[in-house]
Design a protein around this ligand. Structure first.
Ligand code: 0WD
Length: 255
């Protein structure tokens, strides 16, 4: 059976075929979902258009920098005009100056702290508010987080602080939207070699460390995250909200 047949979902944060967003989008598409994607700027369009084309007709593609209200307004207006309603959201967006994803957390600047929080935390709250307005029959929203929210990880710094705030937002949003049958959860993914991850200091070492030390003795793939994303987006997880679900080969149990 197709778990998302007849459902319509918005995916934010697709940069290329290594993106976690792509792993989740593929799983959702395989299970019958109709998808809309946003991309951050024209530079990304060239890379993601061929990916989107593999999903067939009816897929929407819209430019959207999540820090710009005008872009967010336009994105949700298009969704409203084209689809009229929405069933799920995948938020897979984060950013911090890579000069500050190494060295010490204490050296984070005010400017980068605020930008990191704006793109990586507030954007999910903003999207949740706007998307929930289009969810007439319940819904499911997921965002992506990392273990650096719970424990100090080398070089993760301000992004760890942002992910802690993101995880807290998941709980508050779950409480705000639960009465309408809208569920809000996070996936805490293990390290995966993506564009964003390559900006983190010593990332290759972190990958090796997780591979050797996690219970499953391997790193996770975007397909692994896709499977768990599918569960959280579908009715299989209808009793689950406000949860941070670890898809990390079990690393959080030992690390
Ligand atoms: O190890 C990893 N890769 C993990 C990633 C482990 C655990 C969690 N995550 C999280 C990330 O923090 C992020 O929230 O998963 C999410 C997706 O990240 P990804 O798939 O690892 O990375 P990537 O493919 O680069 O997608 C993130 C995208 C950006 O890519 P770049 O590399 O260009 O920064 O987020 C988008 C952008 O496309 N993005 C924005 N989108 C709209 N407006 C903005 C913005 N202002 N800034 C970044």
């Amino acid at each position: 059976t197709k778990l998302l047949e007849g459902k319509k979902g918005l995916v934010l944060g697709l940069a290329n075929d290594r993106s976690i967003a792509w792993g989740i989008a593929k799983a959702a598409h395989d299970h019958g979902a109709q998808l809309a994607f946003t991309y951050q700027g024209d530079a990304l369009l060239k890379r993601i258009k061929p990916l989107i084309d593999t999903l067939g007709d009816g897929t929407l593609l819209m430019p959207c920098d999540v820090t710009r209200d005008a872009d967010m307004d336009a994105t949700f207006q298009t969704l409203k005009d084209t689809w009229g309603s929405l069933d799920f959201v995948v938020h897979s967006v984060a950013f911090s100056d890579k000069e500050q994803l190494k060295g010490h957390y204490k050296d984070t600047t005010r400017e980068n702290f605020l930008q990191t929080m704006d793109i990586s935390v507030f954007s999910f709250t903003d999207v949740a508010k706007r998307a929930s307005a289009l969810m007439n029959d319940g819904g499911s929203m997921i965002t992506l987080t990392y273990y650096g929210a719970e424990r100090v990880m080398p070089h993760y710094n301000v992004m760890g602080v942002a992910k802690a705030a993101l995880e807290a937002s998941v709980r508050y949003l779950a409480a705000d939207l639960g009465a309408r049958g809208i569920r809000v959860n996070a996936i805490s993914a293990g390290p995966i070699k993506t564009l964003a991850a390559m900006g983190i200091g010593d990332f290759r070492y972190i990958l090796k460390w997780n591979e050797f030390n996690s219970p499953l003795q391997r790193n996770v793939s975007i397909e692994d995250v896709g499977g768990s994303g599918l569960y959280l987006l579908s009715d299989l997880s209808r009793g689950v909200t406000g949860e941070v679900h670890h898809v990390d080969s079990g690393y959080h149990t030992v690390g």
